[in-house]
Ligand binder design. Structure first.
Ligand code: 173
Length: 318
């Protein structure tokens, strides 16, 4: 009897001290829950919560209903949340260099080995008061989707929904950019407020955009970047074991990019089956477009970040 009581007491004490050590981090995503650019982050949370029992717990508050997409960078900077899944395009106001992250499509294993990650992490430390824990989707590219047919790559007379990802190239090709968060794209197309939009090759089915999309312009361009950021005070308050756990999960998350190869290959057919027609103007037009797209984007980054922009370009090697 006495033994049972003592064992029970010991169990309570152990549990109590484990609970005291377990840290809870509040996390949000800039993309809707359960959609393409939140899903792998949500798997990351599940992994951390199962591998890190007693050590660390991520409390997922959710997507844009919790924090508006363009506010997420500021929320993690000021520690309204501890962790965020967000693209640099949504926080260029706080970090102009963030607009250059899409111009580096090298695998993260390479970026971590050659100093790129380190440099970008320092920028996040300084400008966003956060740790650059992981970058996802390096091998997924963007497209311009249209509802009006064009005969060459020229957006004159077209209103195109953008974020900072596509703004410079849309303007360079004569289009009128209209900035909206993803949640407003469907309505903008349905009402004809926009004649097209920028978006990656993946994810248009998540929000039903195939119903309001006629064409996808080739070629694909740039490189998607969706980052997991941790507020710097939150990061520094963790112990070594907790940081190690998050870093290991971050590498696992970056490795999920391998799954995208098959998805990207299948997506054009899936879009074609939904009635979305590819507009392909051939290799010479594609090359001219890509050259222009990269050039105007780098010029814009370097103009706004003259000290650090050139170094980012060096790392990207294009
Ligand atoms: O189009 C967008 O909203 C955008 O900038 C983006 C960035 C990364 C992934 C998906 C969309």
């Amino acid at each position: 009897m006495r033994h049972i009581l003592l064992a029970g007491l010991a169990a309570i004490l152990v549990q109590g001290s484990a609970a005291a050590q377990e840290v809870t981090l509040r996390a949000v995503s800039a993309f809707a829950e359960g959609t393409e650019f939140s899903r792998n982050f949500e798997r990351f949370i599940e992994k951390v919560n199962s591998d890190g029992k007693g050590l660390i717990k991520i409390n997922y508050i959710g997507g844009p209903r919790a924090v508006p997409p363009f506010e997420v960078g500021n929320a993690v900077r000021s520690r309204v949340v501890d962790m965020a899944n967000v693209t640099g395009a949504f926080y260029t106001n706080l970090m102009p260099e963030a607009d250059g992250l899409k111009l580096n499509g090298r695998p993260m294993s390479e970026q971590r080995a050659n100093g790129t990650w380190d440099f970008i992490n320092q920028l996040h430390n300084q400008r966003l008061n956060s740790q650059y824990l992981a970058r996802q989707f390096h091998n997924v590219a963007f497209h311009i989707y249209l509802n009006k047919k064009i005969e060459k790559i020229d957006f004159t007379g077209l209103k195109i929904r953008v974020t900072p990802v596509y703004k410079d190239v849309v303007e360079a090709l004569g289009g009128t950019p209209i900035t909206t968060p993803p949640g407003e794209v469907y309505t903008a197309l349905e009402r004809g407020v926009a004649d097209g939009y920028g978006w990656p090759i993946t994810g248009i089915f998540d929000l039903g955009w195939e119903k309001v999309t006629k064409f996808r312009m080739e070629p694909p361009f740039y490189s998607v970047e969706v980052n997991v950021l941790v507020n710097l005070e939150a990061w520094r308050s963790l112990n070594d074991a907790q940081r190690r756990l998050l870093n290991e999960a971050a590498l696992w998350l970056e490795g999920l990019d391998d799954e995208k190869v098959a998805v990207i290959k299948a997506e054009p057919e899936r879009q074609a089956a939904a009635g979305i027609q590819a507009l392909d103007f051939g290799p010479a037009a594609a090359k001219a477009f890509l050259d222009r797209a990269y050039e105007v984007a780098w010029q814009s980054v370097i103009k706004r970040a003259p000290e650090t922009g050139p170094k980012l370009r060096q790392f990207a090697g294009n």
